[in-house]
Design a protein around this ligand. Structure first.
Ligand code: 13P
Length: 320
């Protein structure tokens, strides 16, 4: 059986001192690219989907097909995870469709999108844990707010509220979460920092302090994309208009992993390389109209960047 809970996957990562990449997918071809990378690298992997982000008419249909696809990779160790569930209902639906892990992101109010009160975060997160744990499903919560755009192309970093180490222990004790997304200076999306200094300022001190207080909770780094400059340049060379932006340096992520990060979320780097491959291919072959040729190059580009990240995070070669 290829499906594992987040807690099982990350406890092996804790023992081995590495992190497992959690890669966002929004269609079946991207999921194949991620799973092929995991098989080639002999790496455990977390495949994650966000409610509302897919091109299909029926989200339940998409989630069921995604689960079936994962199960067909029986030799690959996979966690099927809901990324940024915003409501109790998002998490309940994902559990119903066989996800082995859910994130409840109650750090922001779902109506106003303003940072939520700590007590509201605790209450909603605990209610998801009470639903998930008896069903054998792991739960990730979020403390502090990670800025930017989840699943989108543009982001803002002004609204980051860093995780408070003093609150982290209280939050985990009161909610019972298995994993905790900590806001330590990253943000989601393809617009992160305007200078390369930004990607060098991950708050390693905060990660260490939280890990010391919570030795048995798995810490999660969101917004970890590096924003490969060659992908941005290719997109812009072939008609794109992405602003210059800097992401998190690989060495910073590795320092974070050395300090206790066990799950590293990445969506944007895959999306940038996917888009760059698409634009370059179509520009080079303006008369191409065969979808399989076009989709094939995007899948290969995504597979390669995901495989590279697995090697960087130390999960390559760790499959049971
Ligand atoms: P990036 O936008 O940096 O890839 O982060 C994705 C993420 O954290 C999804 O939860």
């Amino acid at each position: 059986m290829s499906l594992h809970t987040l807690a099982a996957t990350l406890s092996r990562a804790e023992e081995g001192g590495y992190a497992v990449g959690a890669f966002n997918v929004s269609d079946l071809n991207q999921a194949v690219a991620v799973l092929d990378a995991a098989r080639a690298e002999r790496s455990p992997v977390i495949v994650q989907a966000i409610a509302g982000f897919h091109p299909y008419a029926d989200e339940g249909w998409w989630w069921d097909r995604l689960r079936e696809l994962i199960i067909s990779y029986h030799e690959v160790e996979v966690t099927l995870h809901l990324d940024h569930g915003r409501t109790f209902d998002d998490c309940a639906r994902a559990i119903e469709h066989g996800f082995t892990s859910v994130m409840i992101d109650a750090s922001r109010d779902v109506v106003t999108d303003e940072p939520a009160s700590y007590e509201a975060n605790v209450e909603l997160t605990r209610s998801v844990v009470e639903l998930a744990h008896p069903r054998g499903v792991s739960v990730e919560g979020e403390l502090g707010t990670i800025g930017g755009a989840e699943g989108g192309v543009s982001g803002v970093v002004e609204d980051i509220v860093l995780a408070d180490p003093a609150l982290a222990a209280d939050f985990v004790e009161r909610t019972g979460v298995d994993a905790l997304a900590v806001a330590v200076g990253t943000s989601h999306g393809s617009v992160k920092f305007t200078t390369d200094e930004g990607g060098q300022t991950l708050r390693i001190d905060l990660i260490r302090e939280i890990k010391e207080r919570l030795p048995s909770t798995f810490l999660v780094l969101h917004g970890s994309s590096s924003i490969p400059p060659e992908a941005v340049a290719t997109i812009n060379r072939f008609g794109g208009i992405l602003p210059e932006s800097y992401g998190i340096a690989t060495t910073q992520k590795q320092e974070g992993i050395g300090s206790g990060i066990r799950k590293v979320n990445q969506g944007t780097d895959s999306h940038l390389t996917w888009t760059a491959a698409l634009r370059e291919f179509l520009a080079a072959r303006p008369s191409e109209v065969e979808p399989s040729a076009v989709i094939g190059v995007t899948m290969a580009a995504m597979r390669d960047i995901v495989a590279q990240r697995m090697r960087e995070f130390g999960s390559a070669g760790r499959a049971a």
